[in-house]
Ligand binder design. Structure first.
Ligand code: AMP
Length: 269
């Protein structure tokens, strides 16, 4: 899709794919408050709630879609990741988002990924232990995006809780002035967290997948939770309690699902 293709597609939103063109636009936005939601596209209700919040709390709302090759630890996962940019652009336009930033890989990595951001503690556990290199790729691209968008606030989902912790830690460590805001996980009516990877579940798997959040919420030991998940056909990467959350990652055949819930009583809901 070309730059500024708003008129061509009768969208009420600007689509920017060129980084230099974006930088000119960004300069012209001056001191307006900017809400930013980084995504990999294939937008669902979870993404849209982040977008709506970005729009509500800021003068300008900007969403990025960038399927970041460096955060996929498996080539097959990158190859099969759903790419639905036209449909996503329409959705964002319908939600009155101001800008869709969708850069090309070669423009985002002029350094060929020779410059990387590494965190040496949290990034080694759970998701990091099971997906080597994933958090390096994620932090590197988020830093690039935060530097380009220069947002007032950036919105991240609690569904990827470890990611949110790492992004928050990075902006503090590197003195980045964007506020990093966590948004509650958005779930389908059967409790399964919305995820782009849910699209790869067949109808039977989709039914089974709904047991994952329900089992995760049970007041049981971790060992019992793992055993119950296995008895429903899940292969378990990990179930762990950390950071006031119970977090888990499971497989249904070749589809990997993650989720987490709070383990501390909420004062408000
Ligand atoms: P992704 O496109 O998967 O990289 O996700 C982009 C952002 O949307 C991340 O901050 C995710 O945590 C967030 N997100 C994805 N799914 C959900 C969901 N079900 N509820 C809330 N946020 C989500």
């Amino acid at each position: 899709m070309s730059n500024q293709s708003k008129q061509e597609n009768s969208l009420t939103m600007n689509i920017v794919t060129d980084i230099e063109a974006w930088q000119v636009i960004r300069n012209n936005l001056g001191n307006k408050t900017i809400g930013f939601v980084p995504t990999m596209g294939n937008l669902h209700e979870g993404h849209l709630q982040l977008c709506q919040r970005a729009k509500r709390e800021n003068e300008v709302a900007i969403i990025s879609i960038f399927i970041n090759p460096t955060q996929f630890n498996e080539q097959q996962d990158f190859a099969t990741y759903p790419r639905t940019i036209e449909q996503d652009a329409k959705l964002l336009s319908d939600h009155q988002i101001d800008y869709l930033f969708a850069p090309e890989v070669n423009q985002m990595y002029p350094d060929q990924y020779e410059i990387q951001v590494t965190e040496t503690m949290i990034s080694r556990e759970l998701e990091g232990a099971h997906r080597p290199g994933h958090f390096n790729g994620m932090l590197t691209v988020v830093l690039k995006l935060l530097n380009l968008i220069k947002a007032t606030r950036a919105y991240f989902g609690e569904k990827d809780y470890q990611q949110w912790l790492l992004v928050k830690k990075m902006v503090t460590a590197l003195f980045i002035s964007t506020d990093i805001i966590a948004c509650e996980t958005v779930r389908a009516s059967d409790q399964l967290a919305f995820s782009s990877r849910n699209q790869r579940l067949n109808p039977t798997q989709r039914e089974t997948a709904a047991y994952f959040p329900k089992i995760l919420k049970q007041t049981e030991t971790i060992e019992k939770i793992i055993a119950t998940l296995q008895s429903h056909g899940f292969k378990v990467d990990y179930i762990a309690e950390k950071w006031g959350r119970r977090l888990g990652a499971v497989w249904l055949d070749d589809v990997r699902l993650i989720d987490n819930i709070s383990t501390t009583p909420q004062l408000t809901d």
